[in-house]
Design a protein around this ligand. Structure first.
Ligand SMILES: Cc1ncc(COP(=O)(O)O)c(C=O)c1O
Length: 584
């Protein structure tokens, strides 16, 4: 510790011999560099003050001082008899103004100096210098701290700690320096939250090291430590307070309690609240997606800044339409087909002020190029009805035009397309034409999400959804195909989404000379199929191994599935609209 020399004396202003760093610090202090930033922490005794000092001593940027004004205080109170009185007066500077000037604000090797003070040590004869630096008030409910004085308190010296603290608070406030107040019990109940809050209030970064210290005496302890610090020397962290005191409140201190209590209540009302400990960022399925550029509100934004208004229709009512696109080998696969469906959906929903096809393409390409995405990426293109002037259902409130969101992410195919997945049938039925037409690719996905919840609870890869008559429609997020005796079947696109991968696979099957039929298909037919696969832009062609516990075929990927998977991969590799990257 740089404030005590080898004889244990407090250092005085730059005149004492100190090590190289100390000399450097003094020179800096003399006008060549930054001056130490002092954090004065004022409290009463038995208020966690030493623990909080230990906590700050763990910081790599802070040096601490243990009650530097103690000798000054004792000099002015000759009638007191404190256990370590003689040593304190012999070893410490007792001229309070000198202490403030040369020790508290004296040279320092670190950026901050934390000075622990008892509020009553700020005697009236000190100059205003004692109010330099930052100040913090550490309070504790008198009901909790007064009982510990029962044995030691001298009758004639009333411990009016809360009054001293309130006076200091008012004085600092009148100077425009309202100090943060922290309650000792709050620290014990939530050490990290309260230390974060305190650090933020005094404008220094929180350091996790403040939460723990080693047991035993510390070099910065005052000379009185052997008399007072036995309990704190056993501690290594802040511990929760006992739920209640198991001793009656000493009657002789009742008056003192009454005198302190209103001042504590007054200060407590202003006390800091904890700052919640930030949760560790969740791991992402694809960590590269932590740093993305996203198109929203007409511009490219970093991931954490890409936000839309709470007045946007998509927040208010899921009132948007969307497309999922996949990027292969520097190209966007089936871009025109996806844009056709997007604009058809927007028209069916009667959106106004829809961006043009070339505007959407420009935003899409700008996003892909900023992210350097040429392959293995998926784009979620969303068009909302836009912001509303007020919350409410009516599109009449949508006066700003549509909002386009281009969310491009690194995303390898999401299902296991080699071994296949297991499905169960959901009890949630697919939306009927009578309520919500599946030709519209809208964002009102609760129907599918409720089905997916069932699947998650059952540990299934995805869930089959039936139409209102009990025929198979699709899964919660993909279209579905089956093979029986060499013939490929898929449900009509009336309840299910009219998928672009579905249309591509139907086309490929025909081109590959595989017999293909669209019709109503029962669940039993799927249970007893030779092969089943699902289709979607995100996951391509995914084999299904099992439905509702029934093995599909022999449980392996069937020949037609493999044939169409290969045909799809070839098509995706070669077709698509080129992303206009600059030539390298
Ligand atoms: C419910 C549903 N079915 C099927 C699909 C697959 O459609 P596509 O092949 O156009 O990606 C999707 C994809 O958005 C979907 O949400």
């Amino acid at each position: 510790m740089c404030v005590v020399d080898f004889d244990g004396k407090w250092l005085r202003s730059g005149s004492m011999k100190v090590d190289g760093n100390g000399v450097e610090a003094i020179q800096e202090q003399n006008g060549m560099g930054p001056v130490v930033e002092v954090i004065n922490v004022w409290s009463g005794p038995r208020s966690l003050s030493t623990s909080l000092m230990y906590s700050f001593a763990q910081r790599d940027d802070t040096e601490v001082l243990d009650e530097p004004l103690y000798a000054h205080y004792l000099r002015l109170k000759p009638n007191l008899s404190h256990p370590s009185q003689e040593e304190v007066l012999r070893l410490m500077e007792n001229d309070g103004d000198k202490v403030v000037r040369d020790i508290i604000h004296g040279p320092c090797k670190k950026k901050y100096r934390y000075a622990k003070h008892m509020a009553k040590q700020r005697t009236p004869c000190l100059t205003k210098d004692v109010l330099r630096g930052r100040h913090v008030l550490l309070i504790r409910n008198p009901l909790d701290f007064l009982p510990s004085f029962d044995k030691v308190l001298q009758e004639e010296i009333p411990e009016l700690e809360m009054v001293h603290l309130a006076a200091l608070y008012m004085e600092l406030r009148s100077l425009g320096q309202t100090p943060p107040i922290i309650d000792a019990t709050d620290i014990r109940n939530n050490p990290e939250g309260m230390l974060r809050s305190l650090c933020s209030a005094i404008d220094i970064p929180f350091q996790p090291a403040m939460l723990r210290w080693k047991a035993g005496p510390r070099p910065e302890d005052g000379v009185w430590a052997p008399y007072w610090y036995s309990a704190v020397h056993k501690s290594t962290e802040f511990t929760p307070p006992p739920p209640f005191s198991n001793k009656p409140f000493p009657k002789r201190l009742y008056k003192l309690l009454e005198q302190n209590q209103p001042f504590y209540d007054f200060l407590k009302r202003e006390a800091l609240l904890p700052i919640p400990t930030p949760a560790a960022p969740p791991s992402l399925p694809c960590p590269e997606n932590r740093e993305l550029f996203i198109w929203a509100n007409g511009q490219l934004l970093p991931r954490n800044s890409a936000k839309i208004s709470v007045f946007d229709s998509i927040v208010q009512g899921g009132d948007g339409v969307w497309e999922g696109l996949r990027i292969y080998k520097g190209k966007v696969f089936k871009l025109e087909e996806h844009l056709d469906r997007l604009f058809d959906s927007a028209k069916a929903m009667a959106f106004a002020n829809v961006p043009s096809r070339s505007e959407v393409k420009r935003a899409l390409f700008a996003t892909l190029i900023a992210n350097n995405m040429r392959d293995n990426a998926h784009v979620r293109l969303t068009l909302t009805r836009g912001e509303k002037t007020t919350s409410g259902m009516s599109p009449a409130f949508n006066v700003y035009g549509c909002n386009l969101i281009v969310l491009a992410e690194w995303k390898p195919p999401v299902y296991n397309n080699t071994d296949g997945i297991c499905l169960i049938t959901a009890s949630t039925r697919r939306n009927s034409l009578n309520s919500l037409n599946s030709k519209i690719h809208h964002n009102n996905l609760i129907n599918n999400i409720l089905a997916k919840v069932e699947g998650n609870l059952a540990g299934a890869g995805d869930v089959l959804m039936l139409d209102c008559d009990g025929f198979v429609s699709e899964t919660n997020s993909t279209n579905i195909f089956m093979v029986k005796k060499g013939r490929v079947l898929t449900p009509h696109a009336d309840y299910c989404l009219s998928g672009i991968t579905r249309a591509t696979v139907i086309d490929l099957a025909r081109k590959e000379g595989v017999s293909m039929e669209e019709r109503r298909i029962s669940l039993t037919e799927f249970h007893t199929a030779d092969e089943v696969w699902t289709t979607g832009t995100m996951g391509e062609l995914t084999p299904v191994r099992e439905i509702d516990g029934r093995q599909i075929g022999d449980g392996n990927i069937g020949p037609v599935t493999k044939q169409l998977q290969a045909a799809y991969a070839k098509l995706a590799e070669h077709e698509g609209e080129t992303i206009p990257f600059a030539q390298q």
